[in-house]
Design a protein around this ligand. Structure first.
Ligand SMILES: [Zn+2]
Ligand SMILES: [Zn+2]
Length: 270
């Protein structure tokens, strides 16, 4: 019955979107793309520069010549690196909230495109500066607990991963990892409390053995959720594990992340 209601709502939203003229997903201006040029430019200004952030968790670096932030030097995550497309800001927040809480599934390809562009820029920059980035064998969206999945009707990380897998031609593994426990809300908890809250929450099967895995998520705050997924993935025999997320937020209670100068500039129009 719950599933029927979900399908009915999804169908109604799809019909409504198909009948409406094409509008910018952020400002509702009429345009030919999912974002108008103005909003696309505003979002691009919030893009994270991979060379100015911690290579493990994508937080801005404050120490000169350091590759890891102070938090990661103290307690290093088990995943090898994190690529985040943008800092969490009101614009990307509206897209993410629309997807997660208002069933706006058409936002998923926009978020996926943000991530794709950042990965492309990182790959181009790596090729230029330090060799080709490590290949990835499969994409693994952060799974929801079955109860949460039933309530929401879809997994937002999976919806973001689908177009990314098609564009990158990398297999998408939606069943390899399961969330075995439903945790209480992580909001407002500091990194240590979140990590403790997430221990043993995920279980991964053998299909990731000997694979280089990229975990996909919408928003990364402390990184404790993706760290717990990475732990399960590596425990199941994966060769390596990195994180790709759309937006990176500051730790709870910390100042909001700010964008500095950008160095990942290329002549290619990205
Ligand atoms: Zn707009
Ligand atoms: Zn870090």
């Amino acid at each position: 019955m719950v599933n029927r209601i979900h399908w009915a709502k999804a169908l109604a939203a799809a019909i409504s979107n198909a009948c409406l003229p094409w509008h910018c997903a952020l400002c509702a201006a009429r345009c030919r793309e999912s974002l108008c040029p103005h909003c696309a430019r505003l979002l691009a200004q919030q893009r994270i520069d991979c060379f100015l952030t911690c290579e493990r968790c994508a937080l801005p670096l404050t120490l000169p010549n350091a590759s890891l932030c102070a938090d990661c030097q103290q307690s290093t995550p088990v995943f090898s690196s994190c690529t985040a497309a943008t800092v969490y800001n009101p614009l990307v927040g509206r897209l993410v909230n629309g997807l997660k809480h208002h069933r706006e599934l058409f936002q998923a390809p926009i978020l996926s495109d943000l991530l794709y562009t950042s990965l492309l820029r990182r790959s181009l920059a790596s090729t230029r500066d330090a060799g080709i980035a490590a290949p990835i064998d499969l994409l693994l969206p952060v799974p929801l607990h079955p109860q949460r999945l039933r309530e929401r009707g879809f997994n937002q990380a999976l919806e973001i991963a689908k177009p990314l897998a098609l564009r990158l031609r990398i297999p998408l593994e939606r069943f390899a990892c399961v969330r075995t426990q439903s945790t209480s809300s992580q909001q407002g908890l500091a990194r240590a409390a979140r990590t403790a809250n997430m221990r043993g929450v995920f279980r991964c099967d053998q299909s990731v053995q000997q694979k280089c895995v990229a975990i996909i998520d919408d928003v990364m705050t402390t990184g404790s959720t993706v760290d717990a997924v990475a732990h399960a993935v590596l425990l199941a025999g994966a060769s390596s594990c990195e994180v790709w997320c759309v937006a990176r937020t500051a730790e709870p209670g910390a100042a909001p992340l700010r964008i500095k100068a950008t160095r990942c500039e290329h002549k290619t129009a990205l």
